[in-house]
Design a protein around this ligand. Structure first.
Ligand code: FRU
Length: 501
């Protein structure tokens, strides 16, 4: 099967050919298949060929982590959606599984009907998924555009639709912006199955809630949550409600005015409605969307997000693929009551060598820590003792280009600047990151060939896709302006491939 790069040059840019384009997909793409592509993340899930967006059906099932995703195999752009599938013993090493859900053939050319986002649960040993059946009404006039269907698998690989589909044949009243992305969970408050479905009404996002005893017969409970104004988005996509510590968290995604945002709310839930104490944006970077979480056997709440967004240029299209999933992250509530995240501890399993470490150091002029395209960088910045107000870490950099992570001490602003990063979106992204009570700011940074994920010690995060133009753009350099930067320590660990075969 060969796929044309139909999207090449769509954004008016000419990309240099990067090799490895349009190869037939092997059954089990492995590390070697991905090594040659300079923009291919080595330890983040990407489609061998075609397009992915939202993570779907994330679950730990029978000892393995399962990751499904919105997938179009035919071209590196959105099209009739399938669910691709991979699984993992540790949430960082992946094995490709057969495509889990495939839509029926289009009724007419251009019919975009497909299988939209959804979730997975373990029904007494049966892996059960709930998903949105999307019917393109331009090609199928009069159809209901979005309904909920389910499918089951006993081997974790082959799925059969349930006989009662669609289990929810139409949206409830007050769903004018859409009705999709069912997230099913076992409610600890009444031991029933619950399903949260994203929607919106009259310019405000909302989430509907359903309940079931048997996972097939669903009754409408009412509105679980809704936005107070248009400011939090007109359509809440990909809702996800779960308990975290003594609070409840609602994840939802909004996409407006060219800006995709992964939002969250922390609050209380009584079995029917969620009452938010606070709303926030989970990741200050531009490339975290449609996050979905699950409970690991050890109690950790893990989350993965689409590491892109609806306005991204996706320069990797020239190589026949587009879209990546974030690293798996562990969620926690911060001392301030915000939702924080850190990479899963298993990221350490990706190391291919010992960390290169340095001790205390005062940086007064550019200091190169090393060169790497795939690495974990950890540093402790002694903000209290530094005299400079602004300092930076240049990543994926050379004299020609680079991504800059800046910190402004007076405001506590952490900024990821991709204006000179190469192909792709040129912008600055910011969040607030506070040093600890000893004045130390810890940063944990995951670099992959076309991504940067920054995690601050207080739980703040910034994620962006960056697409260097030049192979030599690998330098990691600390810089400072108007004073010195005191580093307490740095460590740089080489990371290898996620692909086991
Ligand atoms: C979110 C989303 C979902 C939908 C899917 C379609 O990115 O728009 O609401 O189910 O993508 O691919």
């Amino acid at each position: 099967v060969r796929t044309e790069n139909t999207a090449q040059g769509e954004d008016g840019l000419t990309y240099r050919p990067l090799g490895q384009a349009n190869q037939p997909r092997p059954d089990q793409p492995g590390a070697a298949d991905y090594a040659a592509d300079p923009l291919r993340p080595q330890y983040h899930y990407t489609p061998y060929q075609g397009w992915i967006n939202d993570p779907n059906g994330v679950i730990k099932w029978k000892g393995r982590h399962h990751l499904f995703a919105q997938y179009y195999p035919g071209a590196p752009k959105w099209g009739p959606m399938h669910w691709t599938h991979a699984d993992s013993p540790d949430a960082v090493h992946w094995q490709q599984r057969p495509v889990a859900l495939t839509p029926p053939p289009p009724s007419t050319p251009g019919d975009q009907s497909g299988i939209f986002s959804g979730s997975a649960v373990d029904d007494d040993g049966t892996l059960t998924v709930a998903y949105t059946r999307f019917t393109d009404t331009a090609a199928n006039p009069g159809a209901t555009p979005e309904t909920v269907e389910m499918a089951t698998s006993t081997n974790g690989s082959d799925f059969t639709p349930v006989s009662g589909n669609p289990v929810i044949p139409q949206p409830p009243p007050g769903s004018d912006a859409g009705f999709r992305d069912p997230k099913v969970f076992k409610d600890p408050l009444d031991d029933k199955w619950k399903m949260a479905v994203g929607s919106g009404h009259e310019g405000r996002g909302k989430v509907h809630l359903y309940a079931s005893d048997d996972l097939r017969d669903w009754s409408y409970t009412g509105v679980l949550a809704e936005g107070e104004s248009a400011e939090t988005g007109a359509m809440w996509e990909c809702p996800d409600l779960f308990r975290l510590g003594d609070k409840w968290v609602l994840l939802y995604s909004t996409n407006e005015g060219g800006q995709s945002l992964q939002r969250y709310a922390v609050g209380d839930y009584d079995g029917t409605t969620f009452d938010a104490d606070r709303h926030g944006v989970l990741d200050g970077g531009g490339d975290t969307y449609a996050a979905q979480s699950y409970q690991d056997d050890d109690g950790r709440r893990l989350m993965v997000a689409w590491m892109s967004d609806w306005s991204a240029k996706e320069p990797t299209r020239v190589n026949g693929w587009a879209g990546a999933q974030s690293i798996h992250r562990e969620l926690f509530l911060t001392d301030e009551g915000k939702l924080g995240q850190r990479p899963v501890a298993e990221v350490a399993e990706l190391a291919t060598g010992d960390p290169v470490t340095t001790g205390p150091r005062t940086v007064t002029e550019p200091w190169k820590l090393g060169s790497a395209r795939t690495a974990r960088l950890r540093t402790e910045l002694d903000i209290g003792a530094s005299t400079a107000d602004t300092f930076a870490l240049r990543l994926h950099s050379s004299s020609a280009e680079g991504t800059e992570l800046r910190y402004e001490k007076s405001t506590g602003t952490l900024t990821l600047d991709t204006t000179d990063a190469g192909y792709g979106t040129a912008r600055t992204w910011s969040t607030t990151a506070r040093p600890d009570k000893h004045g130390i700011l810890r940063l944990d940074i995951l670099l992959d060939r076309s991504s940067v994920e920054v995690f601050a010690g207080d739980g703040a995060a910034l994620t962006a896709r960056v697409h260097p133009r030049y192979e030599e753009s690998q330098d990691i350099v600390f810089t400072t302006t108007g004073g010195d930067l005191r580093l307490r320590s740095t460590s740089r660990t080489p990371l290898g491939s996620s692909w086991t075969s």
